[in-house]
Design a protein around this ligand. Structure first.
Ligand code: CA
Ligand code: CA
Length: 174
């Protein structure tokens, strides 16, 4: 049987501030993986996926990431902007699916950066942009009890309008 080798991968720019260097260390030998040409490896998308697991996902140029903490809508928005991001706001099904997967790993539901606080029944992104993509669950939004102006993502990936005062998993986008 062939010997199985496990190794850890790290991405850093300690040596070269212009770009990332890639090294891989075997647990015992602590030997850097050598022989990369300048600018290699090119699979930075793949590396990003490794580095982001389990708290993040990358879709095209966008990164979705959670710090595992929970907050109501205002707290979540503030937490994301504090670290230079925005509350996750999917523009298509691939982005929605990334948010769904992060939420599933943490077994919590997140709020999206989408709400109808300004005009009841008209959901918008945080920047005021109208929804080009939506993924409402059946018969949602229903504005239950007249207090649901925020949007949570259920384990199915479907959206439900929910009170903005609820505490949900904070997922930001960058
Ligand atoms: Ca509403
Ligand atoms: Ca609802």
């Amino acid at each position: 049987m062939e010997e199985q080798k496990c190794f850890e991968v790290s991405l850093h720019d300690e040596i070269d501030q212009h770009g990332y260097n890639y090294s891989s260390q075997f647990p015992k030998e602590k030997k850097p993986l050598e022989g990369w040409e300048w600018g290699r490896p090119e699979d930075l998308q793949g590396l990003k996926m490794i580095l982001l697991f389990p708290n993040g996902m990358t879709v095209s140029e966008k990164i979705f990431k959670t710090e595992s903490s929970k907050g109501n809508f205002e707290t979540s928005k503030a937490a994301c902007s504090k670290v230079g991001g925005l509350l996750a706001s999917p523009r298509n099904s691939a982005e929605n699916s990334a948010i769904q997967q992060i939420a599933a790993r943490h077994k919590k539901m997140p709020f999206l950066g989408i709400n109808d606080i300004q005009t009841e029944g008209t959901f918008k992104h945080l920047n005021g942009e109208a929804l080009g993509y939506s993924n409402w669950a059946l018969n949602k939004p229903d504005n239950s009890e007249g207090i649901e102006d925020c949007v949570e993502v259920r384990p199915s990936g479907k959206w439900n309008d929910k009170s903005c005062a609820e505490k949900q998993l904070i997922i930001c986008e960058y």
